[in-house]
Design a protein around this ligand. Structure first.
Ligand SMILES: Nc1nc2c(ncn2[C@@H]2O[C@H](COP(=O)(O)OP(=O)(O)O)[C@@H](O)[C@H]2O)c(=O)[nH]1
Ligand SMILES: [Mg+2]
Length: 336
């Protein structure tokens, strides 16, 4: 049997080329991630390699297929994996990750490649390592991130959900000291929830508020540039303290580049968790997955709308998977 290999930047391109060359019945025998050719490969760029054959070649009038049963089985898996990878890629997942997820899924559930349920399940397993598994609050849960990302709203949602579960809401501290409106917003939530609130203007005042408080604290930070002096001082002070868990809050709608910039701009705060907000606007978390995986910071919460407290989910493999397959986006639309 004649094999042909196609190296391209996307799975879709490879499938298109294979079918163009070998016809619509081209048998996809395998798919894998490889290093891109030439200089780009040396700099770490990846490509996809699809192995295909023309499949059923009539042998001088005989109707016998050249594919042995073993090859047919692997061809079927190869085709399923390639098609699923192409679908994931079309949904915004980076090529290398799409191939990895697709291969994993087809290997674990051969023949069920088209079942949405089976896909959701294996995606949930594959994405579980990207979700944080914190069971308790740290002494201080600090939230940093670009202005408007949803820090204050996320804090209000967490506190209100805790309250709704019958627990004691964490204390709220705002270090957003220069924006009166921002402080008042959080103070209002604290009043509604009946939980202590402190507005701290300096890192020393934040430290004081932390020392004085016996409850876990949700610490809101300024929506200003992370490079300004007050933010840097606060980040340094908090990064040195024990019992501080820092969440980088980023809107899904700001995309892969927005997430990358946020990692860069808020590196000094040494985040150890990521909160992805505005999934309802973005509709998908797919474009962010590869970068989240690369950085290795687990996702703690998912913001799915403006409403406090209901539009916040604790991140899990299943929750992440829902925002890849689009099921959560549909559910959110229906609930709206
Ligand atoms: N659609 C949507 N809007 C959100 C979400 N989280 C926050 N917002 C909105 O984004 C805006 C900025 O939120 P805010 O919490 O003040 O951002 P901060 O500057 O980071 O504190 C507000 O209008 C929020 O209602 C979310 O998950 N989905
Ligand atoms: Mg705010």
């Amino acid at each position: 049997m004649d094999f042909k290999r196609y190296r391209t930047e996307t799975v879709q391109d490879a499938l298109r080329q294979a079918r163009g060359d070998l016809g619509r019945d081209a048998m996809i025998l395998g798919i894998r991630n490889v290093r891109a050719a030439g200089m780009r490969g040396l700099f770490g760029a990846r490509a996809v390699e699809v192995t295909a054959s023309a499949g059923r070649t009539p042998v001088s009038g005989s109707r016998q297929s050249v594919a042995s049963p073993a090859i047919s089985a692997s061809a079927r898996q190869g085709r399923e994996a390639a098609e699923l990878a192409a679908r994931l890629e079309a949904g915004g997942v980076d090529m290398a990750l799409a191939v990895e997820l697709a291969r994993r899924h087809i290997a674990s559930a051969p023949g069920r490649g088209r079942s949405m349920e089976a896909l959701a399940k294996s995606l949930a397993e594959a994405l579980a390592p990207l979700a944080a598994t914190d069971e308790n609050y740290a002494l201080v849960e600090m939230f940093v991130g670009p202005p408007g990302a949803g820090k204050t709203t996320t804090i209000a949602k967490i506190a209100a959900q805790e309250r709704a579960r019958g627990g004691q809401a964490p204390a709220l501290v705002s270090a957003d000291g220069f924006r009166v409106g921002a402080v008042e917003q959080l103070r209002l939530y604290a009043d509604i929830l009946g939980t202590p609130f402190t507005a701290a203007r300096t890192p020393a005042e934040v430290a004081q508020a932390v020392s004085a408080q016996s409850r876990p604290i949700l610490l809101d930070t300024a929506g200003r540039s992370p490079s300004d002096q007050a933010s840097r001082e606060l980040f340094h002070t908090m990064a040195r303290r024990r019992g501080v868990r820092t969440h980088l809050v980023v809107a899904a709608s700001s995309g892969r580049e927005g997430l990358r910039l946020a990692f860069e701009h808020f590196a000094e705060a040494r985040p150890t968790r990521v909160v992805i907000t505005k999934l309802d606007e973005a509709g998908s978390i797919a474009p962010l997955l590869a970068l989240l995986k690369e950085r290795g910071l687990p996702v703690s919460y998912l913001g799915t709308g403006q409403r406090v407290p209901e539009h916040l989910d604790v991140a899990s493999g299943a929750a992440l998977a829902g925002w890849v397959t689009g099921e959560s986006a549909v559910a959110t639309e229906l609930a709206a």
